[in-house]
Design a protein around this ligand. Structure first.
Ligand code: PEP
Length: 253
């Protein structure tokens, strides 16, 4: 049995003060929900304030990125040990980082390995573009992203990884995949690719989220699927009622 995990990716939203207000607003309700791992991923400047508010709760915190080097002349970057001071999780290879900031499967792999070396849990994102989806290349794309993104990952640490399957055409568009379609991608391509790398037992233990326009109304459709172990949520994670409803749906799955 894999415990479902729902993570809210706040992206480039919320000042420190706004972040505090949002956490005040949602944390009491979130704490009441059991049987699901809950994670908030605010932007870097808000991590300190949010971590203080989450102290002593069962709500985890994640960063939205890191750099793989330990320290030095890398202006604007954040090292893994700096992230690990506050966070348990880190999102890596989000499609927006791949599209706007030049991230590749190779840099994603460096980041995943750096995160694991610092005992952070990577949430590694994979997913196809609309063109790739329409030309039936989803399998080829996500298999490549898994195999290159996770190359040379220590098999002893692999079970703690989280993979987020996020079809790019569904992110922020309100056009979610169907639960059945997403489940098939996980069953036919992602878990088999994980098994090729780490063996069937470890592949079964790795949690795979769906991401892409999940909200309080459609969450059940995804969480009722056997392969889907939670969600990576963008827009709806900034709305208390929606995010709480998503976490509630995951807890019942
Ligand atoms: C995301 O950015 O990871 C995401 C899933 O966004 P949204 O929920 O807004 O589609």
């Amino acid at each position: 049995m894999r415990t479902p995990i729902v993570a809210g990716n706040w992206k480039m939203n919320k000042t420190v003060e706004e972040a505090r207000l949002l956490v005040f607003d949602m944390s009491r309700k979130l704490r009441e929900i059991e049987g699901v791992d809950k994670v908030l991923c605010p932007p870097f400047p808000a991590l300190l304030a949010v971590s203080a508010l989450l102290q002593g709760t069962d709500i985890g915190m994640g960063a939205q990125n890191l750099y793989w080097e330990e320290k030095g002349a890398f202006t604007g970057e954040v090292a893994p040990n700096m992230v690990a001071e506050f966070c348990k999780y880190v999102i890596i290879g989000h499609s927006e980082r791949r599209a706007y900031f030049g991230e590749t499967d190779e840099t994603v792999n460096k980041k995943v390995r750096a995160a694991l070396a610092h005992d952070l849990t990577p949430i590694m994102c994979v997913g196809e573009t609309e063109d790739e989806y329409e030309s039936n290349r989803t399998g080829e794309v996500v298999r490549r992203q898994i195999s290159l993104g996770l190359t040379e990952v220590d098999p002893a640490k692999a079970a703690s990884l989280i993979v987020a399957y996020e079809p790019i055409w569904a992110i922020g568009t309100g056009k979610a995949s169907s639960g059945e379609n997403a489940n098939a991608v996980l069953a036919d391509y992602i878990r088999p690719a994980l098994a090729d790398l780490f063996g069937a037992d470890t592949a079964q233990a790795i949690r795979i989220q769906y991401g892409g326009s999940v909200n309080g109304s459609n969450a059940d459709e995804f969480f009722s699927q056997p392969e889907i172990d939670g969600a990576l949520v963008g827009g709806a994670s900034l709305k208390k009622d929606d995010f709480v409803a998503i976490v509630q749906a995951a807890s019942k799955s």
